[in-house]
Each structure stands twice: as C-alpha cells, then as structure tokens.
Design a protein around this ligand. Structure first.
Ligand code: K7E
Ligand code: CUA
Length: 657
C-alpha cells in the first residue's frame, strides 16, 4: 500500500464530493401519551379540562388552531431581537458557542445540535440500529445491544468534575429496556451499555457532580421484587422501584435502593451527599385515578454516604438472580432515604447552580417546591420534619414540568398546560413564603406549543451562564409545513441574556427529544482520527492476535471450519483486496481497517445482497457477521463518498457451492 500521506489530494475530493448523506433510519414512533384522552372528569379538575382542551377541542376546531395560546399574564410577544445572535446569525463557516446534547426519545439516539444556530450536527445511534454507521448491526455494537431493537432516550447528562462538565462522557437512559448507556465525547460514540437489574422504565438519571462518580438511575415503574412470576404477583402494595447506582467510570452496577413509590426524574446535589427522585405515584396505584388521588406525593432524598457505608459493610441483600447489593428502604424514612412531601404528582427536580436548592416542579399542582438542601441533614436526623425542607412554593402556572437556571438567581420553569416559560426569582419566592409582600414571578413567555423540558446554557452546572434557554415543545401546531400525520415537535431557542426573554429560533425536530443539556464548546475536545482505544478495538486486537494478523497492514482470509474472517484494509480509493472466496453457508466476518489518516475520510463496507453495511472511520476498524448466500458473484463496495474514484472502490465475494 502507498504511504498514507500520499492521500492528501483526496482531501480536496473529499470536501468537494462528500454528500453528508448520513441520516438515521429511525424506527418506532409513538406519540407521547401525556395528553391523555378521556382524562376529563377524573380528579384534578383543571388538569382534566385543560388536557381535553388541547387534545380534542382544538383539533375539532381547526380555525382556532393557529391562534397562539396566551397565558393571561404578562406574556412577551415572540420576536427576533436585533442585538442578539438569532438563527442564521451564526454565519456559514462560523462555529456555534455551544454543543447541545439532545435525547432522541423513541428514536433511541442522541443528537448533537449547535447552539445558537440550532443546526443539527450529528445523530449518535445508541439504543437504535442505524444503517448508515452500522451501529446495532456491526459485530461490536450488536454485542453490547443484545437482542434489543429499540430504545427510548429521555435524559442526557455529561460527566462532572468539581460541579461542572469535564468533557469526557455523556450518559443517557433507555426507558424502554431499563438500560444506561455511555458516550465517549472524544469520538462522540457510544462505548458502553449496561442493563439495570430489577428495574423497569428507567427514566430520570443523573451523574454525581463533585466528580465522575456514580450515575443514579430511577425506575419509573414499580414491580414485584423479584419479578419472577412467583413473588407478590397479586399484591401490588408490596411492589417497589429501584434507585440504581452505576459507576460512571467502569459502568458497573454498584448498588440499588428499593423504595415503595415510583421514581420519575432524578437529580444529584453538588457535594456528593444526596441524590433525589420525584415520585408521582406515592399512592402505589395501578391506574390514573389512583395515581392522581393524593394531594401530595414525595421527593425522595437518598443519603449516599449512609448507603455506601451499608453496602461496604455488607448490610445488604440481593433480589432475584442479580448479584447487585440491594437495600430495602420501603416504608418508613430511614438513614437511607427521606420522603419530602411535595404537591402533586411532581415531575422534574433540578438543582440550582448555587447547589442550595432543589426545585421540584408540581405537574398537577401549579407550584414549584423549593427544597433547601442544607436542611436535609436535620431532617434525616429527625430535628426537623421532612416537609420543613421546603422553603418556598411559588405559583408558576398550570402544569409545571422542569426548571432551568441563569446563574443570576432566576429559575425558568416549563409550563406544559399554559404553554409558557415562567421566569421567577428563587430568593423572592423564599421571601414571599416567609410572608413578605413580593411577587416572585418576573415574566411569562408564550411558547409554541405545550412545552416539556426546558434547559439553559450550562444550567446543570455551577457555571450556568444565562445566555440561552431552550423550550422543547411537544407540539408544533401549524408552525411548519404540513407533513402528514405525525408532525415535528418544535424546539424554540430563547435569548435570556437581557431583561426580557426573546425568542430567536423555532426548529422542527423529529420525535421526540425530551431533554437536552447545552455545553460550552471549549469543554469538549473531540478527536479527528480514531484513537484505536476502548472495548471495540480491544475486541479486534484480540481477534487479530488469535489469527496472527496485523489489522493495519494485512489483507488475508482466515478460515476455521465454516467460520471465515476476511481481514481487509481500505485506503482511498481502494480496498486492500479485490476478491475473496467463500462457500455458500459460511459464516463470514469482513474486518475492514481504514488506513487513511485524513480527518473525516471515512470508508464503509457494503456487501450487496447480504444486508451488510457499516462505517469505518479514519484509522478505525469495523466488521459485521453474515452468512454467505447462494453461490454466485457478489460485489462489495464503499458506501461513503470518499474520493473522485469512490464508485470504483469495490471488489467481489465469490460464493462457491
Ligand atoms: Cu419531562 Cu422523560 Cu424528562 Cu419527557 S421527561 S418532557
Ligand atoms: Cu471509500 Cu467511498
């Protein structure tokens, strides 16, 4: 093979010709069930009425659909500001100031969006199968995905050091199959997926913030524990849910704490002492009426130090087949978990950047509960009541879901039913709670339409910088061209740097982002060439050692019985092998190593007629296992536009009888 550096002319071809064709073949789609039909008349009157208003009345009256919803309070008209960079003001060729990491919902992926341009830069397949990259289809990722074909990502959070992002990893949940995945942020690729035992509906997750430590994961669905078909099948009052701790470095499941209620969203404090989980079903009900029955549910506060002490001392049990240590903390408050009563079917819990307050958004209560973290120790020791940790409860609007922060003492809560973002002052809310005559509400801004999560630039760190806020709206209602049955959702970007919130961008988005984090760009240091480290490369290097092959140099066929490994290099515009022979029915692995060292000079491997397609990045190695089909000639080709002679980059598999 020629020296790699001789490929430099290819770079021109690469830039000229590359089509950027990578799109994700996303699969399962199901509309979010938040807008529950038939909810009217069941408890919580205003909620029932409002949900029906949005789900049926407006659909039945199309003329009214385009009318923006107004909240009735000081709503800010949406307009693009002259001074702040709006969409498009990040000029072609200019870079965004922030990376946004969006969960992809039912697509099972994570998306990377430039903020403030809102340009979608990448889709990172995680729990989904992706025919462009081969993720979920190649030999490494099929192993880590197991037999699961779908995922439902809600929450992406980055690893921390000292209260801010360290730029190393992102973690993301799979609600569908109770899994946690990690992405490495040097390569923007998934490098690990772990199954959480005894868990169902893994929803809220949050890493510890004082260092890269534990990642806490909430089970939203209660189960008989163990869920073995024998235990407590008919007695849901005994079911529970697991708060699971995964080691963010090793991705091992360290321990689980069992509680009686369900757990929805998750947060950690800034010191490593506590993790939190909202519970909307403290009733332990199995149906909607039951789950909405109580006027207060709880915020679980987990005492991580006490839990780790008990785990280290072996004061634990196990559940079912799992070897993971479990603490059963169902029932009463204990040294492990405290139940802080909050109204009513709460959803989000977010720590403010000072680390002083956890803000719990009330969902079926029009309030946010401000929990003073410094009081929790006294509540654990019994000096004060758990409820005394709540130091304010401002009314923010109907259907508060999530809260973000600007680092200047203000909170921004997404209000689903009112379709607004409410900006409020945490200190004023506390003052009002103490009887002072102050209005904590600063501004309500209409968003379009029915906002779920909101988040702000660096909001989940001590470095919240108050520049940009995103409203992830669940519906786009007439905002974009009609594309048939399933509409895009609407991500709205809001400039929060000034006195007033200013809408600067609407962006359609494929279902269904739930949450995102917005990260200063200089925190990340992505590589351009595959570093050839990590479990994927460990696997290939092991294979190559077994077969006495140099991955980077050799073009050779290794056969063991019916198992054939074809080691092949690629260097634009040719594979290292023009032709190889196998027998019909052989199990074939074509292991392609890309010798190119030019950034973004990706090749790939497509074996025609065999459902085989994968990506091989610069200096990367990839492969996929398939069964050689009927005798005949099969062309393989490079599917990524890599060179002026890219179409010629192909060869033949000869399948003999
Ligand atoms: Cu509110 Cu899954 Cu965070 Cu959806 S969750 S919005
Ligand atoms: Cu290599 Cu196209």
């Amino acid at each position: 093979m020629a020296d790699n550096e001789q490929n430099d002319p290819n770079k021109i071809d690469d830039e000229t010709l590359k089509t950027g064709e990578a799109t994700t073949e996303s699969k399962t789609m199901q509309r979010r069930q938040f807008v529950t039909r038939g909810i009217a008349g069941i408890g919580a009157g205003f909620v029932g009425a409002q949900l029906i208003a949005c789900s049926s009345k407006e659909e039945a009256a199309p003329a009214a659909k385009a009318t923006p919803k107004t909240s009735g309070t000081k709503a800010t008209p949406a307009h693009a500001p002259a001074h702040a960079p709006a969409h498009g003001s990040v000029a072609p060729g200019q870079l965004d100031d922030y990376y946004g990491f969006w969960s992809g919902g039912q697509s099972g992926e994570v998306r990377v969006v430039g903020v403030p341009s809102m340009r979608e830069l990448k889709r990172i397949p995680v729990f989904n199968r992706d025919s462009a990259s081969g993720w979920g289809r190649d030999d490494y990722s099929t192993k880590i995905l197991g037999g699961t074909n779908s995922g439902d990502t809600h929450h992406v959070h980055l690893s921390y050091d000292g209260g801010t992002y360290d730029g190393r990893y992102a973690y993301v949940n799979d609600k569908a199959s109770a899994r946690l995945a990690r992405l490495r942020l040097d390569t923007f690729e998934c490098d690990a997926i772990v199954d959480l035992p005894n868990a169902a509906g893994t929803h809220g997750i949050f890493p510890q913030r004082h260092k890269t430590g534990l990642v806490l994961c909430n089970s939203e669905f209660r189960l008989p524990l163990p869920n073995d078909g024998k235990t407590d099948m008919d007695d849901p009052s005994k079911w529970g849910a697991m708060h699971t701790a995964v080691d963010g470095e090793t991705m091992e499941v360290k321990w689980q704490v069992m509680v009686e209620g369900n757990m929805d969203l998750c947060a950690t404090d800034y010191t490593g002492l506590y993790s939190f989980a909202t519970c909307y079903n403290s009733e332990g009900a199995l149906n909607l009426e039951g789950m909405m029955a109580a006027d207060r549910d709880v915020l679980y506060a987990f005492n991580l130090a006490n839990i780790e002490k008990a785990v280290a001392a072996g004061k634990t049990t196990t559940v079912g087949d799992s070897k993971v240590p479990v603490i059963d903390a169902r029932g009463e408050n204990s040294e492990f978990v405290l139940r802080i009563p909050v109204p009513k079917s709460p959803h989000g819990v977010n720590m403010d950047p000072t680390g002083k307050y956890a803000i719990v958004s009330g969902k079926l209560s029009p309030t946010c509960s401000v929990v003073d973290v410094s009081k929790i120790a006294a509540a654990f020791s019994g000096e004060i009541k758990p409820r005394d940790c709540v130091v304010a409860e401002p009314e923010v609007g109907l259907g508060p879901l999530h809260t973000a922060f600007d680092g200047r003492g203000n909170a921004y809560t997404s209000i689903f039913i009112d379709s607004v973002i409410t900006k409020w002052s945490i200190n004023k809310a506390i003052a009002a709670h103490n009887g002072e005559k102050v209005d904590p509400i600063i501004e309500k801004m209409d968003v379009h339409y029915q906002v779920g999560h909101t988040n702000a630039s660096m909001s989940e760190t001590k470095d919240a910088d108050g520049k940009w806020l995103i409203a992830l709206c669940k519906f786009s209602k007439d905002r974009f061209l009609n594309v048939g049955l399933l509409h895009p959702e609407n991500d709205q970007l809001i400039d929060i740097s000034g006195e007033k919130m200013k809408l600067t961008h609407d962006g359609p988005t494929y279902p269904e982002p739930h949450d995102c984090v917005i990260v200063k760009r200089d925190i990340l240091k992505p590589v351009q060439i595959s570093p050839r480290t990590g479990p994927r490369f460990d696997m290939y290097e092991k294979w190559a050692r077994e077969d006495g092959v140099d991955l980077q140099k050799d073009n050779v066929v290794k056969r063991k019985g019916k198992n054939v490994r074809v080691y092949m290099t690629s260097l634009a515009p040719a594979f290292g092998m023009q032709e190889f022979k196998v027998k019909a029915g052989d199990t074939v692995q074509v292991i392609v190593s890309n010798q190119d060292k030019v950034e973004d000079l990706s090749h790939g491997f497509n074996m025609t007629g065999h459902d085989v397609n994968y990506l091989v990045n610069a200096q990367g190695t990839n492969s996929m296992t398939f069964t050689a089909g009927k005798p005949g000639v099969y062309w393989f080709y490079c599917p990524w536009f890599c060179h002026a002679l890219h179409l010629e980059m192909r060869g033949r598999m000869i399948v003999e009888a």
